[in-house]
Ligand binder design. Structure first.
Ligand SMILES: [Zn+2]
Length: 464
């Protein structure tokens, strides 16, 4: 994920300003609190022990753009047990589970706990080492207040975008998902942890004229009941936080890098020549990263889609990055603007570091973000030269020291935090990038590159 660093820093600063406006005695107390990373209420998060995993998911959804609803979704998951089990528990959030069936095991019942978990109980033992398929029908955006059931747009995870937020009547013209860190559970049941990686096929229905972009290769596009069903298949395993769907009307450009299909999508009102100022270096970046890691781009496709109202700079969903449209610009602005190039290379580098090799759990997020951040600098060094590289490092230093001097210091790997999102800071991004820079200088360029290759080879399709 790429946070827009400037926005991120200013929000943090703003919180700090509010704190410092209080009385001086209180301010003194706050100053001592300022150096503490973990918010009150933080707890130690241990890496969870898994008694089963999901190996494959087939998902069928029909997002209703007019009413902004995600109703009657159909999911089939293939599950492998690591021990004898009489029940399994899946993560959900505001999902109403209406049916749970299986052809491969007898299900006695299912129940939801606080709308946060669904427990599926078996009337026979689910044997260690065996696999079963479970079919689940559910709807998202579910609330139940005093017995009154309602369905609305999902609070998060699956976002319907409208021209105005003030009227419920206005249909959505675009929809996109954002899973990282723990928001995929708002649109499908899962084990919502980075270490659970599954293969995927996904069918998404959308009105004619709309484009659907998701993970993997487009296998089919079929017209049914006045809707087009887009089926995508990804055969390399991916965690639930990297599963993505984008729906909208976009202009697009297609190209190839070796045998990898490249797609760039952007809002129709933006001119192709402007959009390409941001996208056109992608093949050059692919070539550089492949050569630097001595590891081919791991997937068969790479798409980048610039969407409206995106929460972050970009998100490295496997094979289908989502970007904020705010980075697109015209030729005049491009003279002074390069954040888009950093963003594009950052998300692309994640396809190796984060997507092919995923961090085992959130406390180790630097393995995703530190590498992607340092790859920005590596590409900059290769394409713009040594001076630009050094300047880029100085800028990164400023971002890290601003956080360190004014907010807190913390270990790069910490399992003491309140919310996963707290870990996405300059320690995980810039400082971790610097540690890689330090290692590169300690062990030398050749050993550094060799070590990246070994790391990628050893942990590919799993977690590092
Ligand atoms: Zn990132």
């Amino acid at each position: 994920m790429c946070l827009n660093k400037r926005i991120w820093v200013s929000v943090k600063k703003k919180q700090d300003m509010i704190r410092l406006n209080k009385s001086s005695i209180e301010s003194e107390k706050i100053m001592s609190e300022k150096k503490r990373f973990a918010f009150p209420g933080s707890k130690v998060h241990s890496i969870p022990f898994l008694s089963f995993t999901i190996e494959h998911m087939s998902l069928r959804i029909k997002p209703d753009l007019v009413n902004k609803l995600l109703i009657d979704c159909e999911q089939q998951i293939t599950i492998r047990a690591f021990e004898d089990l009489s029940e399994i528990v899946l993560d959900i959030s505001d999902l109403k589970i209406s049916k749970v069936n299986s052809q491969s095991i007898n299900i006695s019942k299912f129940r939801c706990i606080d709308n946060k978990q669904v427990v599926i109980e078996f009337s026979e033992l689910f044997r260690s080492g065996s696999t079963i398929n479970i079919d689940i029908t559910y709807s998202a955006g579910y609330t139940n207040v005093d017995g009154k059931e309602e369905f609305g747009s999902p609070k998060t995870g699956f976002h319907f975008i409208t021209k105005s937020n003030h009227s419920k009547q206005i249909p959505a013209y675009q929809a996109w998902t954002q899973g990282e860190a723990t928001e995929s559970r708002y649109w499908f049941p899962s084990i919502d942890m980075p270490q659970v990686k599954l293969t995927l096929d996904i069918e998404v229905s959308a009105p004619e004229g709309y484009v659907v972009i998701s993970n993997g290769l487009l296998e089919s596009k079929v017209m049914k009941d006045k809707l087009v069903i887009w089926k995508y298949v990804e055969k390399r395993p991916l965690p639930s936080y990297l599963i993505s769907v984008v729906i909208g009307t976009f202009s697009h450009y297609e190209s190839k890098y070796r045998d990898v299909s490249l797609y760039y999508y952007w809002p129709e009102e933006i001119k192709e020549e402007d959009a390409m100022l941001t996208f056109s270096e992608t093949p050059k970046m692919l070539k550089f990263l492949e050569e630097y890691f001595e590891t081919n781009y791991p997937f068969q496709k790479y798409s980048q889609t610039a969407v409206d109202n995106f929460e972050f700079g970009g998100m490295e969903n496997t094979t289908c990055t989502t970007l904020t449209r705010r980075v697109l610009h015209d030729k005049t602005a491009s003279k002074d603007y390069r954040n888009d190039i950093f963003l594009v290379v950052h998300e692309l580098a994640h396809q190796w570091f984060g997507d092919m090799v995923t961090c085992k759990d959130w406390p180790h997020i630097w393995l995703n973000e530190g590498f992607a951040t340092y790859c920005e600098s590596l590409y900059w060094e290769n394409s713009r030269g040594k001076d630009e590289f050094q300047y880029n490092l100085i800028e990164a230093t400023d971002i890290y020291f601003e956080e360190s001097n004014t907010l807190y210091n913390r270990p790069i790997v910490t399992n003491l935090y309140k919310h996963v999102d707290d870990l996405f800071d300059a320690h995980s991004y810039e400082k971790s990038g610097f540690i890689l820079h330090m290692i590169r200088n300690y062990i030398g360029e050749n050993n550094f590159r060799k070590s990246l290759k070994v790391y990628l080879e050893k942990y590919q399709n799993r977690f590092g």
